[in-house]
Design a protein. Structure first.
Length: 103
């Protein structure tokens, strides 16, 4: 779980999840661990990947295949089994075109 204010990782502290950066607190939801694998996978598919571009790292060595702009936001995602390499997703800083690179 991540802090809705500063996007830091929330850590368990007794019956609460606590952000060490901004001191955000919320109670631990006991139903979170009871999701089925299919429900969890469906939930993960709906996560907006490039929702907050202001906090995303930029790779200045990447060129957009659509507009040839230099610079792209990026993030890594485990799209296959755990023993295979991650997939790197890019989004152009200019035209917002998205593409992926398999390792």
């Amino acid at each position: 779980m991540f802090c809705p204010n500063c996007k830091s990782l929330l850590r368990p502290d007794g019956e609460e999840l606590v952000c060490n950066r901004c001191d955000y607190r919320r109670p631990i939801d006991p139903t979170v661990g009871s999701m089925s694998r299919n429900e969890l996978e469906d939930d993960l598919r709906e996560v907006p990947v490039f929702s907050d571009l202001d906090t995303m790292p930029i790779d200045e060595s990447q060129f957009c295949p659509k507009c040839n702009n230099q610079g792209a936001y990026w993030h890594l995602r485990q799209t296959r089994s755990a023993d295979e390499a991650t997939t790197r997703f890019y989004r152009c800083t200019k035209c917002k075109h998205s593409w992926r690179e398999y390792s």
